[in-house]
Design a protein around this ligand. Sequence first.
Ligand SMILES: Cc1cc2nc3c(=O)[nH]c(=O)nc-3n(C[C@H](O)[C@H](O)[C@H](O)COP(=O)(O)OP(=O)(O)OC[C@H]3O[C@@H](n4cnc5c(N)ncnc54)[C@H](O)[C@@H]3O)c2cc1C
Length: 460
Amino acid sequence: MSVVIVGGGMAGLATAFELHARKIPFVLLDGAERAGGIVISEQIDGYTIDGGPDALLVQKPDGIRLCEEVGLGERLIPTSPPRIAFVQRNGCLHPLPATSVLGIPTRLGPFAATRLFSWRGKLRMAGELFVPAKRDDADESIGAFMRRRFGVEATTYLAEPLLAGIHAGDVDALSVQALFPRLVEAERQHGSLLRAFRRQPPSPAAAEGAFRSLPGGLSELVTALVAAMPRRSIRLRTPVDRVRCDRSDGFRVETHSGELIRARALVLCTPAYVTSQILREAAVDLAQLCAEVRYASTATVALAFTRGQVDHPLNGSGFVVPRVERSGILAASWLSSKWSHRAPADRVLLRTFVGGARDPAALDRADAELVTLSRQALEPLLRITGAPLLTRVYRWVRASAQHEVGHLARMAAIDRALERHPGLFVTGSGFRGVGIPDCIADGRSTASQVSSWLSSSVSA
Ligand SMILES: Cc1cc2nc3c(=O)[nH]c(=O)nc-3n(C[C@H](O)[C@H](O)[C@H](O)COP(=O)(O)OP(=O)(O)OC[C@H]3O[C@@H](n4cnc5c(N)ncnc54)[C@H](O)[C@@H]3O)c2cc1C
């Protein structure tokens, strides 16, 4: 086999798709029963439930582009208006100021009007215009960056639940350079984020909202990708245990059942700690670096109600919960308001996120307990009465890669180590980008590097 790909999440599938487009033979091995990794959508009793990711960010176009290439372009749907996200403060939900970039307000009117921040907090945030830009290039946490520029309140009610929250991470551990280079660049170029973002024209796509999905959930993309590839090229229920280097002829990939598969090039698209395990004999240096990438565990809990059970207008996409609110959940999506056709008429589909770096013990709880704590968090805010019609719990153990301070330096070390192992490639959310568009972009770019390497090794 020319190329063996290990891992069939979005990164592995994107790598495979690109290799196939380049007519390079490959086999993709995945240990699970189904392809897609964290991406799973289910149709239950008329509800369409995404257990993992539900949205593709428009601003990073690789996800949208791949949908178009596999014939799903016409099926892409925007979020339903009003496209408002809320933040919980003192047990109430406050809309994020209407015009904002990553939650940072860009217009004075909505910012002045919001009750999400105190006047003191607002003054400190407005003072960002006068905070001198950082002089050195050292990495810092999202928390340190936001406190330095916007103060404590903006960090507590914006950065922690929103910027760190989407990664289920610790605001004082996650790297601003790795995860939000746009913020760092704005400071570097304009001296102030408020100045930078006020000057930015609204993106044309923003009129339709920042996200897209598919009517049957994001699994539609997985199904289309699998269908686009040769039938025998994807082997499920085939976990890989280890890899050995075959000095003369590439790699020997050993599956859990003891099967040996030879490969000239090997692309590992597994979580970084699995990649580390697989490489423990073939590339000790790389295995050590991969083991350093930390992961957080989360669960999502889907709950369905009749419309009459929920008194709140659900006029938005959902809300995030700052740590200081001491809620049992990290955030909630109002899936049936966010996307059309996610629930039957007169029904409501909600989804909570629990766990993450904030509450690592959450996943020790039984499913019924996770449902109970989700209900306890939602009921007073959304004025819900009665029991849910349907509940569903999805557990994501060590699934959220944490790109912590120093991640870019570690990544550079990983890339240097890869140079010492020709024909070996790593990709996936633990490495160069976390969200689906990033995983797709890096998977495809990795496939093009594999293609160049195969051509150069043949000519050599
Ligand atoms: C709850 C949740 C919600 C999210 N929401 C969004 C969102 O809305 N939008 C967005 O862009 N991103 C979102 N993300 C992030 C995004 O889903 C992931 O970063 C992305 O899907 C990761 O893809 P991956 O291919 O790197 O990894 P994975 O999807 O984890 O795939 C890894 C694959 O490797 C396989 N594997 C593991 N070990 C072995 C082995 N030993 N041998 C063979 N195969 C193995 C697994 O079975 C799996 O299929 C979310 C993440 C979570 C957890």
